[in-house]
Ligand binder design. Structure first.
Ligand code: NAI
Length: 340
């Protein structure tokens, strides 16, 4: 079988790491035809008028899957996030970020194996802000029962499917009694009605952060709203080696976008030193997603081959600078290809 997927290279280090990932997939003979589409600053620089061209959204809708590099969002002003707009437009309501210790990448902890499940469409992260009067702004935190129930259902289904044992909800319902209050009520409801085989706990997010940095191995699936998920994902990345090694998926009912947790890293863009592993891992998640959808065991085997090859490369000491190594982006990709 051959499949078509959309490639959105993104901004900053996006094109460099995406091209390295594609080389690895091609060397592994992953049967993917890529349709390249633009988004973000790259779309404007190519002469377009829109940060998020309709053609890009339509292509993702049509083909159902995309691999995406990071898109830049200016701080404190300028345009709103293209990433948020994409997730909302395509209703990619569930983000999954698996965080696992890697042999060969030395960190404070061994055996970290957790998954951040993030609600992707609501919360403060929706960026609904108003200047009421000069010097006074408000930021609206949106929580709907529908979205809280569906993300809870999503997290528990994921836990069952992946044979995981526990879901921990991070919240601040002691202060945000209505919005986070609804989030935990919905999670409880879903747990009690359908998923009692999965262990369930609720933690106030500040204390949860302390526990995470003290002993991340006590966690399994973490469920939280949008902004908390954004912050906790980076914290968790720091537990296993940093942003260069954590992949992600944004999933909806009809399509999916796979992208690393990291951003466009303007400080190292264009230097050929970025770690392509996170986007390669995201591409492996994409292959597994397609394989599962089409019951394609040979595609799943290709995904496993790529994963085994990059795991091996790390064990052999092939590492980019963010992991304490010396390899550039393309050299690391070459090291993975040699081990396929
Ligand atoms: P960032 O993730 O781009 O960078 C944070 C630090 O991690 C930097 O020092 C960077 O060099 C390093 N880093 C990140 N990825 C790396 C990689 N693959 N290899 C080696 N080092 C890596 O976060 P920052 O600086 O907060 O954001 C930069 C831009 O990216 C902003 O415009 C932000 O809005 C955007 N962004 C986009 C995301 C997306 O498209 N999904 C996600 C996060 C941020």
């Amino acid at each position: 079988m051959k499949y078509t997927a959309v490639l959105v290279p993104g901004d900053g280090i996006g094109p460099e790491v995406a091209s390295a990932a594609l080389e690895i997939l091609a060397a592994a003979k992953a049967p993917i035809d890529w349709v390249e589409c633009l988004a973000g600053v790259a779309a404007l620089e190519a002469g377009g008028k829109d940060l998020l061209p309709t053609a890009t959204i339509e292509a993702i809708r049509k083909h159902g899957v995309a691999l995406k590099g990071p898109c830049t969002t200016p701080v404190g002003g300028g345009f709103s996030s293209v990433n948020v707009a994409m997730r909302k437009t395509l209703d990619l309501y569930g983000a999954i970020r698996p965080v696992r210790s890697l042999n060969g990448v030395k960190t404070r902890f061994e055996n970290v194996d957790l998954v951040v499940v993030r609600e992707n469409t609501e919360g403060l992260y929706a960026g609904i802000e108003n200047e009421i009067t000069s010097g006074v702004v408000t930021s609206v935190k949106v929580a709907t029962r529908v979205a809280c129930l569906r993300i809870a259902e999503f997290a528990f289904r994921y836990a069952v499917h992946r044979n995981r044992k526990k879901v921990s909800v991070f919240h601040k319902a002691n202060i945000m009694k209505l919005s986070d209050g609804m989030f935990i009520k919905c999670a409880r409801e879903v747990h009690e009605s359908k998923f009692q085989s999965i262990e369930y706990e609720e933690l106030i997010i500040d204390a949860a952060c302390m526990r995470l940095v003290q002993d991340p191995t006590r966690f399994d699936v973490l469920l939280m709203e949008n902004l908390y998920g954004d912050v906790i994902s980076d914290l968790c990345a720091g537990l296993v080696g940093g942003l260069g090694v954590v992949p992600g998926a944004n999933l909806g009912e009809h399509c999916a976008i796979f992208e690393a947790v990291h951003g466009s890293a303007p400080d190292i863009a264009g230097k050929g030193v970025a770690n392509p592993l996170a986007i390669t891992m995201s591409a492996v998640m994409m292959l597994n997603y397609i394989a599962e959808k089409h019951s394609d065991t040979s595609l799943a085997a290709i995904a496993t081959r790529i994963r085994t090859a990059y795991d091996r490369a790390l064990v052999d000491g092939c590492k980019t600078r963010d992991l304490g190594g010396k390899l550039g982006t393309n050299e690391f990709a070459k090291a993975v290809i040699e081990r396929l």
